[in-house]
Structure formats: structure tokens, C-alpha cells
Design a protein around this ligand. Structure first.
Ligand code: AMP
Ligand code: MG
Length: 404
């Protein structure tokens, strides 16, 4: 049995050559960039009004002004601003030549045809700034102030979220190069399992892990190849496994990795030429997690109990899949205070306990009967960590919580 951190390092250190591909911008969400992305333009591309208002010379700000033009967004101003003149300007429109300031509509009063005054009392204005021509410049976004042409806007390894997609769009990167997704095969083992469309008879249970694993993969963009249920028969399981190996980069099995008479998975892995890197982790839930490699193939033997399978996917397999793509994704960890005292009888494993987080940021364990109790997870906001050797924790003590 190895400690969780050691298992994590083994898993995360695994290499697999998956290559890169170009995808359409609008299909790139959740993918990992395989290239630095540069800007082909300045942003903003021109001096731009940040507000609806009037553009004029700052030295004329307190004079009555003549409105010489209305400038909508998307139009080039036709007139140059001269002494005691202004143009009415809309948010996003280019600043006209001659103007160096914009005062906003809310601080203006139109006083007859094409005449306007600035209404903000002088006392409210930082006159030093006005004299230096700075105050109303707050309403101008200057060309290139966000990004300059040629700047790297996103780095290789970036996990693309909606805000990154906006940046790609703004620099015209319509086919970003991203890491390919590994092909992942999913197999559920166990003679007691029936698929979810079947009502279990005595001694049977529904295969929830198959759908859970497929969904966990789908949540990170991977469309799993599902091989169904392998009954607890060595030959049958071997055939299904070998087929999955030939068709995938990563194979996820659930169940069959414990000490029972019908837990054939370790044997099957060895028969297929896999080298088992570890088969027990000092973690709760998830002790019998097995990790094995053969040439350019990875196998995860997930524990059969659904909570264990869920947690170990989140803690080990998900970071690995991102790492293979070149991202240094880590589980989001936050430090919060326990809302009640917490005790456990044995402390020989690192434990992850499903918890809710209250509005004031306190952590409360959910009702949880152990690693088969998948319903316990559905109300949890996260998992809190109890280190090896710790049995009692007091209300108010700070704990690490991983959000799920
Ligand atoms: P095993 O690891 O095969 O010994 O299974 C441990 C426990 O998890 C047993 O109670 C199994 O019935 C249960 N289990 C195994 N596979 C699944 C699955 N695919 N869906 C739901 N429960 C499972
Ligand atoms: Mg089993």
C-alpha cells in the first residue's frame, strides 16, 4: 500500500503521446491549447469611447459647446473637434481627431439646438487632473492598452474556458491547435451487475459506475468507448479487456480489484502485459485502486464501490488526462473551518469525507454511510481531507476542501 501523494506522483508522471489537432473555435471549450496564441491586432484597435457622452478638448470642458456630429459605434468620425466644439459619441465609437476627453451623458445638459454643457460641479472635480488633461480620459480606452499586436494572449497549456474562447475570438484564432483527447474505454466488472434499464432481481444491483465513469469523462470532453459489463469470468473479462486495449489509450475498469475469489483484474492486466505500478493506496475511500501501464497504454482499475470510483477519478485520473494534454490542472482546494467536531476511529489512511459548505464558509460532513452510499455524494459540495494519523478534529479547525 502506498501513500496517496506517492500514487499521485506516479500517475501524474506518466507519459503518453497523444498528439495535437486543430478544432473549430466554437468546439474548443474544455480543450488544452497546444500552441501559444498571438494577437494579430492592437486591442482596442483604435482610441475608443468607453461611455455614451460628448467628446471635446479638455481645455474647453467648462465652456458651452457646439455639437458638430453624432458618432455611432462602427462609424468613422467625419469631423475634427475644434475650439468649443464637441461630438456626441456612443460607447464603442472611435474618438474624433482633436478631442482628448469624453464627458458622460449623465453629466451633461443639452441647452437648445446642438449646444451642450458639462454639468458636473467644478468642486467635485480634481482640477489638477483636469488641467493635466487626465480626468475625463477615464472614459477613453486607448488603442493597444489591453493587448498589443504580436503579444502572446494565451499560453500553450491553457485549459480553455469561455473567457479564453473570447480572447481567441478577439484575435481571430478560429482554429486553435489543441491536444488530442485520449481514447478511453470503460468496462464494468461484476456478475451481480445489470444495466440501468433492467430492474435488479435478488442479488443483483444496477451498474451505476459505468454511467458515472462515462459522465465523468464527458464532463472533460471525452466521449468514452463503453464495453458493457464483464461478468466475473477470467476468460470473458480478458477478451473484453484485450479488445478495449487494442482500441483505446486508457482503459478504465470498475470492480474486480479487491481480494475476493473473483477479482480477476490484476491477473488479466498481467496477462495483457501490463506492469502494475500500484494496487493499494492508503486512502479512504478508494483503497484498492490499481494503476498499470504497458507500451503507450494506461489502465485504471477503479474500486467497485461507486463513491470510491468517483473520488479516485476526480483525484487521479482527471488530473492525469489534463496533464497528458499539457495542462497543469489541479483539483481546486480551499481552506475552510470545520462547522462541528469530527472524529474517526482509525487514522491509517488519508480520508476524503463528503461535506457541504455553509453560506458563511463552514464545513459540515453530509450523512454518509461509506463508499457504497452514492446518494451521500449528491448533496455534497466538496470533499474534506483528514491526514493520516489524525483522528479528532475540532469545530473551527481549518481543513482542506476539494470542490467536486
Ligand atoms: P468489487 O470491487 O468488484 O469487489 O465491488 C465492490 C462493491 O462495489 C460491490 O458491492 C459491488 O457490487 C459494487 N460494484 C461493483 N461494480 C459496480 C458498478 N459498476 N456499479 C455499482 N456498484 C458496483
Ligand atoms: Mg466485483
Amino acid at each position: 500500500m502506498i501513500e496517496f501523494q506517492k500514487a499521485y506522483e506516479i500517475v501524474i508522471g506518466t507519459k503518453l503521446n497523444i498528439g495535437t489537432e486543430k478544432v473549430a473555435l466554437n468546439n474548443s471549450l474544455g480543450r488544452v491549447l497546444a500552441q501559444d496564441v498571438f494577437s494579430d491586432i492592437d486591442m482596442p484597435p483604435f482610441n475608443k469611447s468607453a461611455m455614451d457622452g460628448f467628446a471635446c478638448r479638455s481645455i474647453d470642458l467648462f465652456n458651452e459647446l457646439e455639437i458638430i456630429e453624432i458618432i455611432p459605434a462602427g462609424k468613422i468620425p467625419q469631423k475634427e473637434i475644434g475650439e468649443n466644439q464637441c461630438s456626441k459619441i456612443m460607447t464603442g465609437a472611435p474618438l474624433p481627431v482633436g478631442a482628448d476627453t469624453i464627458f458622460i451623458v449623465e453629466d451633461s445638459k443639452e441647452i437648445g439646438e446642438n449646444r451642450v454643457i458639462y454639468t458636473k460641479p467644478k468642486s467635485e472635480i480634481d482640477t489638477c487632473n483636469i488641467e493635466a488633461g487626465n480626468d475625463a480620459k477615464a472614459n477613453i480606452s486607448f488603442k493597444g492598452e489591453d493587448i498589443k499586436i504580436g503579444d502572446v494572449v494565451l499560453q500553450k497549456g491553457t485549459l480553455l474556458k469561455p473567457q479564453h474562447i473570447a480572447v481567441l475570438a478577439s484575435v481571430g484564432c478560429i482554429n486553435p491547435e489543441v491536444s488530442k483527447l485520449p481514447k478511453v474505454g470503460v468496462i464494468a466488472t461484476g456478475s451481480e451487475l445489470v444495466e440501468p434499464n433492467i430492474k435488479p432481481k435478488d442479488s443483483q444491483i444496477r451498474n451505476s459506475n459505468g454511467s458515472q465513469m462515462i459522465a465523468q469523462l464527458a464532463a472533460i470532453n471525452i466521449n468514452a468507448n463503453y464495453y458493457g459489463i464483464a461478468v466475473d469470468d477470467e476468460k470473458i473479462t480478458q477478451e473484453i479487456f484485450d479488445k478495449a486495449v487494442s482500441e483505446n489509450d486508457i482503459i478504465m475498469l470498475s470492480g474486480g480489484v479487491s481480494e475476493g475469489d473473483f477479482d480477476f483484474v490484476p491477473k488479466i492486466l498481467k496477462n495483457a502485459g501490463f506492469d502494475i505500478k500500484f494496487d493499494r493506496i492508503a486512502v479512504q475511500p478508494g483503497k484498492p485502486t490499481t494503476f498499470a501501464m504497458s507500451q503507450n497504454k494506461i489502465c485504471f482499475g477503479m474500486p467497485g464501490n461507486p463513491v470510491s470510483s468517483f473520488v479516485l477519478f476526480e483525484l487521479l485520473l482527471k488530473p492525469l488526462i489534463y496533464k497528458l494534454a499539457g495542462s497543469d490542472y489541479k483539483n481546486q482546494r480551499i481552506i475552510l473551518a470545520l462547522g462541528i467536531d469530527f472524529n474517526r476511529s482509525r487514522a491509517n489512511r488519508l480520508a476524503f469525507i463528503p461535506v457541504t459548505i455553509s453560506e458563511n464558509g463552514e464545513v459540515f460532513p453530509v450523512e454518509y454511510h461509506g463508499s457504497a452510499h452514492i446518494n451521500g455524494l449528491t448533496v455534497a459540495d466538496g470533499l474534506f481531507e483528514i491526514p493520516i494519523g489524525v483522528t479528532n478534529m475540532k469545530k473551527g479547525e481549518k481543513v482542506n476542501v476539494r470542490q467536486i
